[in-house]
Structures are given as structure tokens and as C-alpha cells.
Ligand binder design. Structure first.
Ligand code: SF4
Length: 230
């Protein structure tokens, strides 16, 4: 199994853990603000494979305590459950990032107890979901099914939105709140421009707007946070 990126140490990607981040290329969405746009094609070059990753993790036992799996969309990889099993056998906690479009794969992983923490993107209101994902149409059924699975609580979880001034306004959060009603926690992450973002012209909203958006969602969820700098 190809591994397309490995950040050997992160204190940010896995809340509360000293972790590494594993990047698995291939995504079924095309979010124009994607921070890992070079990993959208499944053909992105590999930096190692599953055996190489497991060797690295054996050497880091006692130094790292978590592995954050991101992409791309990791749930597109049929070999993911086997990899997670082996990572957990080495004593690591697993955090999984997902865009929520593959609830069947998510359910298999949750049922097998292979993820300790799942971070799922809720991209925007239904009205602007496809635009925000960079695709013509998007079926919200699987995304709502993934939300339901996580709300059922088989693993710890968060929902999150990367907030882009050109794509989000108050109506986005008026719609997102009911979509995730009853959820444990929700984060707003202001867009941050990087060299790896394929399209120019996106901006983060200001702090006042982020705070307003957080207030809109707050009545629907257990806790709301704002990550990073606006
Ligand atoms: S779902 Fe994530 S990895 Fe896929 S294009 Fe969107 S931001 Fe990038």
C-alpha cells in the first residue's frame, strides 16, 4: 500500500497526542481550497509503503503515541482497515480524517474499533456543498449517514469546517447547525493560504465573522471551537 506523505512529528494534527501524520493520496472531491491538492490524484508519488511506515512506527514506539491518517480521502483505500489494525497492534492510537462520503467504509472501521478519533469535514450548507467541494453535484445522503454514525459515538469525534470568506456566510452556519445537531464538538478552521493550494484568491474570514458563525452553531452542539488565526 502506497503512503504518499509522512510528517514524522505533529503536536497539532491529533488533539492531545504526540503523533505523526500519514498522508494517503486519492480523493473523490476537488475542494478548491484544499491544502493537499497534490494528493488529490491517486497517482501521487509514494514516499514509502505500509511496511516502511510500520518499520518507522516500531522505531518510534515510546516517543509517539498517536498516528493521524489523512489524505486525500483515506476511506477510499480498501487496505485501510488492515493498516489500522497493524498500527494499533503496535500500541498507537489512531485518528482518522474523512470527508464523510464513504459511510460504509467508516462503519466497518468503527465497528472493528480501529479508530480512536475521527475528524469529519462538514463543508458547507446543502445549497453550497457541491461548489465548496469543487464538483458539479454531491449526494448528501452518504455525508448525513457518516454524521449519524459518528454521533452514535463508537469513537471520539469532531465535525469541522474550513471557513473560506468566498464560500461561507451566515447562511452556511444556519444550515450546518441543524445538520450536526446533538454532536459532541465542532470546530471552525479559518482557511490559511499555502503553496499547496491549487487556486488563488481565497481568504480567511475575520475574527468577528468567525465568532458570529460559532455563535450560530453553538446552540446545536456540545462545544464549538475556532482553530488557528483568522
Ligand atoms: S476532501 Fe479534503 S483532501 Fe479531498 S479535495 Fe477536499 S480538502 Fe482536499
Amino acid at each position: 500500500m502506497n503512503v504518499n506523505g509522512l510528517q514524522k512529528l505533529t503536536l497539532l494534527d491529533y488533539p492531545g497526542k504526540v503523533a505523526c501524520t500519514v498522508f494517503l493520496a486519492g480523493c473523490n472531491l476537488r475542494c478548491p481550497f484544499c491544502h493537499n491538492s497534490e494528493l488529490i490524484p491517486g497517482s501521487a508519488p509514494a514516499v514509502t509503503d505500509d511496511a516502511g511506515l510500520l518499520d518507522f512506527l516500531k522505531k518510534r514506539q515510546g516517543m509517539l503515541d498517536g498516528v493521524a491518517i489523512t489524505g486525500g480521502e483515506p476511506l477510499l483505500r480498501p487496505e485501510l482497515p488492515e493498516l489500522l489494525l497493524r498500527v494499533r497492534d503496535l500500541g498507537y492510537s489512531v485518528k482518522l480524517d474523512t470527508n464523510g462520503t464513504r459511510p460504509e467504509a467508516l462503519e466497518r472501521i468503527l465497528a472493528a474499533g480501529l479508530a480512536d478519533y475521527v475528524a469529519m469535514d462538514v463543508k458547507n450548507s446543502p445549497a453550497r456543498y457541491a461548489e465548496t467541494c469543487g464538483v458539479e453535484t454531491v449526494d448528501l445522503g452518504p455525508i448525513r449517514a457518516s454524521i449519524e454514525l459518528l454521533r452514535a459515538g463508537a469513537a471520539d469525534y469532531e465535525f469541522r469546517t474550513t471557513v473560506v470568506d468566498e464560500l461561507h456566510d451566515e447562511s452556511s452556519f444556519t444550515a450546518i447547525g441543524p445538520m450536526i445537531e446533538g454532536a459532541k464538538r465542532y470546530y471552525l478552521q479559518p482557511f490559511a493560504d499555502r503553496d499547496t493550494v491549487a487556486f488563488a484568491g481565497f481568504h480567511a474570514p475575520g475574527a468577528a465573522a468567525l465568532s458570529r458563525y460559532a455563535d450560530i452553531v453553538r446552540p446545536f452542539v456540545g462545544a464549538v471551537g475556532i482553530r488557528g488565526d483568522a
